[in-house]
Design a protein around this ligand. Structure first.
Ligand code: GUN
Length: 284
């Protein structure tokens, strides 16, 4: 058996076309949409992700503004840029690329972003809305994964979703989202990490397995229930090559699987674009 590919690049392309139409409508009424990004330090993969976000904006007619600070920047340097972007009427969405360098208080930076410009959905107020099931900007990777599974008609509602990893950007918000009583969610959710007893057995009980551990090859065929949907959301790089949490042998067993490139990444970016357009539309 060969798994059906969860083609994020294709779906993201369709979503971006819709976003592009909405940007054009805004522009025709004399309004623009703008994204501001902040990158601190010189991690090459973070720099690459941010660059791709700007390429997306450019191709869709969204203005984008970038601030790159060196790794010696202080907390108050970063916060001053957040304050400036909060006050800038040309910027409707702000993204601080994570992780910030060690020693910086990430939570304080995220809290400083105007919640109306929080297109990453990581401000505590917006995470609180997610907990309460209220509408608000959703974190981009979790929202993108739900859309990707929905578009491929992967059964999720009433099924067991196993999430590997409990980070702020993927695992934790994804668990909340997947458990909500909404279309494409409504699941029994387990969040695991390698320190959990019977880790492999729990993963093997998943109808949908989503790995956001950032540990290459962590999920092997022996851990997958035949026919399960498998999503690789953890990224790592080695010698410039993007590596997946999902081992190559999983493809032969899974019912659906994300490709190593063109799975979750493009969906995350399409969600960021969509959240930015929504934030711009809300400004009168
Ligand atoms: N770094 C990795 N994923 C993300 C994300 O979704 N948002 C931000 N801001 N940084 C990230």
């Amino acid at each position: 058996m060969s798994a059906e590919l969860l083609d994020g690049a294709k779906l993201a392309g369709r979503m971006n076309m819709e976003s592009g139409d909405r940007v054009a409508r805004l522009l025709s009424s004399g309004r623009a949409a703008g994204l501001g990004t902040i990158l601190v330090g010189d991690d090459p993969s973070s720099a690459r992700y941010v660059a791709m976000k700007h390429t997306d904006c450019e191709s869709l007619g969204i203005s984008s503004f970038h601030e790159h600070l060196s790794s010696s920047a202080t907390q108050s340097d970063v916060e001053a840029i957040v304050d400036r972007m909060n006050a800038d009427p040309n910027i409707h969405g702000i993204l601080v690329q994570l992780p910030l360098p060690e020693g910086m208080n990430q939570e304080e930076v995220l809290q400083r972003i105007n919640p109306n410009k929080d297109v990453d959905g990581l401000h505590p107020l917006n995470l609180g809305k997610l907990v309460m099931g209220e509408p608000g900007p959703l974190p981009c990777t979790p929202a993108g994964i739900v859309e990707l599974l929905l578009a491929h008609r992967v059964p999720v509602e009433g099924q067991h979703v196993v999430i590997i990893g409990r980070g702020l950007t993927v695992g934790r918000p994804l668990a909340l989202l997947m458990a909500l009583p909404r279309r494409g969610c409504n699941a029994a959710v387990s969040v695991v990490h390698r320190g959990v007893e019977n880790f492999s057995q729990i993963v093997r009980s998943g109808d949908v397995v989503i790995s956001a551990a950032g540990s290459p090859g962590l999920v092997t065929a022996a851990m997958i229930k035949p026919g399960a949907a498998v999503v690789g959301a953890g990224t790592s790089f080695s010698e410039g090559r993007l590596l997946s949490d999902i081992a190559d042998d999983v493809e032969n067993l899974a019912g659906w699987i994300t490709p190593r490139i063109g799975g979750v990444g493009p969906m995350t970016r399409a969600m960021l674009v969509r959240n930015t357009v929504l934030a711009a539309e809300k400004v009168r």
